[in-house]
Design a protein around this ligand. Structure first.
Ligand SMILES: Cc1cc2nc3c(=O)[nH]c(=O)nc-3n(C[C@H](O)[C@H](O)[C@H](O)COP(=O)(O)O)c2cc1C
Length: 376
């Protein structure tokens, strides 16, 4: 479509000349002024035929009805600065964060790298953010004057060396408690950030204590999701399921998944990868691994638990494949960098038309390989 063609061929080459984090900050600064552009894009992409098919995209996630199954993944709006804008992109929900207890500058720059040959990114931001108090206050302030759409919160353990045991429990719990007054569709506990001192919350006993504490403090009954890593071993996932069962805690679902430390099967030369160094890989190379993990989780989870697929989603066909594998919704981040701000609307238009042709709804797609084969 024209909007995405213009982004890929005109805007992206210019943006890619800039340092990735400078480009990211510049786009962020321009976002608030871009609302008129979105209504022009919307008129161009959402023809009458698409508009009449859009209700087919409504889906229920954690007892909230979403207007679209495509959400913004955590990491892009860490500080809830742009929450009112994301619905205009076509996002059906926004996951803010990861939010940590205290403000943090994160790791040293450079910490964000593009891999254009792979349509991927490597980042080691290290959980930079304004801290729970400031983010919760901002969310409340914006919510007073603007409609926010569906907002979810992603929380992570602060990126500090030696934050273990009860200190870690207290740290995550204090973040969670800051948002007790917020209107949240669900809360994701990020068990899998590869860019912190500890990486995953691999200590299963610590994970159990954190779950117990958050569950006990969950007076608003926010549905709880766990964000897994594409690198999580079957044993680690089995331990997570065993812990949930043993603690008898209600987990609404899983986000599959975070970025990966793997560098396998990339087109980017090894020399460039070595010069970048450590960090989490996102984008296209994650897609097949995400699908495999969604299929695995769909077999392990309880029927009422839901999966949010995340990793390399960039087209309507990707959404169909993820939902057929068992996801109830999807999220994306890296596709915005490679395909531009209209990619979500284009996904929605393609998906709505395909569903209309099959006389189906997006909910019909969940774990339905047969319908997916008809649509793809
Ligand atoms: C620059 C960057 C920062 C991220 N920060 C976070 C974060 O703070 N918390 C989190 O749970 N995931 C974070 N992620 C991971 C994304 O939410 C998502 O799981 C991952 O990028 C895979 O999706 P994608 O291929 O669509 O980008 C980040 C990703 C990127 C690229």
């Amino acid at each position: 479509m024209l909007a995405t063609w213009l982004y890929r061929n005109v805007l992206r080459p210019g943006l890619f000349l800039l340092d990735p984090e400078d480009a990211h900050d510049m786009v962020g600064n321009l976002l608030p002024a871009s609302a008129p552009l979105f209504s022009i894009g919307k008129d161009a992409i959402f023809s009458d035929k698409v508009l009449s098919a859009l209700p087919r995209l409504c889906v229920n996630l954690a007892n909230t009805t979403l207007t679209s199954p495509v959400g913004l993944a955590a990491g892009l709006d860490k500080n809830a600065k742009f929450v009112a804008l994301w619905p205009q992109f076509g996002f059906g929900f926004t996951e803010i964060g990861s939010v940590t207890a205290e403000p943090s500058l994160g790791n040293e720059r450079p910490r964000l790298f593009r891999l254009p040959e792979d349509q991927a990114i490597i980042n080691r931001m290290g959980l930079n953010g304004d801290g729970a108090k400031a983010v919760a206050q901002r969310l409340a302030a914006i919510g007073q004057s603007q409609s926010l759409g569906t907002v979810a919160l992603n929380i992570a353990k602060s990126n500090l060396p030696g934050l273990h045991g009860q200190l870690a429990v207290h740290d995550l719990l204090s973040t969670f408690q800051r948002f007790q007054g917020s209107d949240l569709a669900y809360v994701t506990i990020n068990t899998s950030c590869p860019n912190t001192h500890d990486g995953a919350l691999a200590e299963i006993s610590e994970f159990r204590e954190i779950l117990k504490a958050i569950d006990a403090a969950n007076h608003r009954n926010f549905p709880l999701f766990l964000k897994l890593s594409p690198d999580s071993s079957d044993e680690f996932i089995a331990m997570i399921f065993a812990s949930i069962k043993a603690l008898d805690i209600e987990i609404a679902g899983f986000v599959c998944g975070n970025t990966s430390v793997s560098r396998e099967n990339l087109r980017t030369p090894a020399q460039r990868l070595n010069s970048i160094g450590r960090g989490g890989l996102s984008g296209l190379p994650l897609k097949e691994r995400m699908l495999a993990q969604v299929i695995k989780l769909n077999k392990l989870k309880e029927p009422q638990q839901q999966i949010i697929a995340c990793g390399g989603i960039a087209s309507a066909a990707d959404v169909v494949a993820a939902m057929a594998a068992g996801a109830s919704a999807v999220q994306l981040y890296t596709a915005l960098v490679y395909h531009g701000p209209f990619v979500v609307m284009e996904i929605l238009a393609d998906l709505a038309l395909a569903l209309a042709q099959a006389n189906a709804t997006v909910t019909d797609l969940v774990a339905n390989e047969k319908l997916a084969a008809k649509i793809l």
